[in-house]
Design a protein around this ligand. Structure first.
Ligand code: ZN
Length: 71
């Protein structure tokens, strides 16, 4: 991160790093760096109807916990 990016990151808690696409996606979505209290800086993109930015590693762990609870 350069100085400007660090400033934006500190002000908004997220930093836009560009539009990216993934396999199976029709288009591209804006990707951001956010600070997760557990995992530190992670790259993520808006999820769901509310377009929330969530830590993908937290979501992954939540999914695992849920599937374990269903066993
Ligand atoms: Zn996390």
């Amino acid at each position: 991160m350069n100085l400007w990016q660090r400033l934006v990151f500190r002000l908004y808690g997220r930093l836009y790093i560009g539009h990216k696409t993934h396999e199976g996606w029709k288009g591209s979505l804006p990707h951001y760096i956010i600070e997760c209290p557990t995992h530190g800086r992670v790259v993520t993109y808006p999820h769901g109807y509310s377009m929330r930015l969530e830590c993908p590693r937290c979501q992954e762990e939540e999914r695992e916990n849920r599937s374990r609870a269903e066993d």
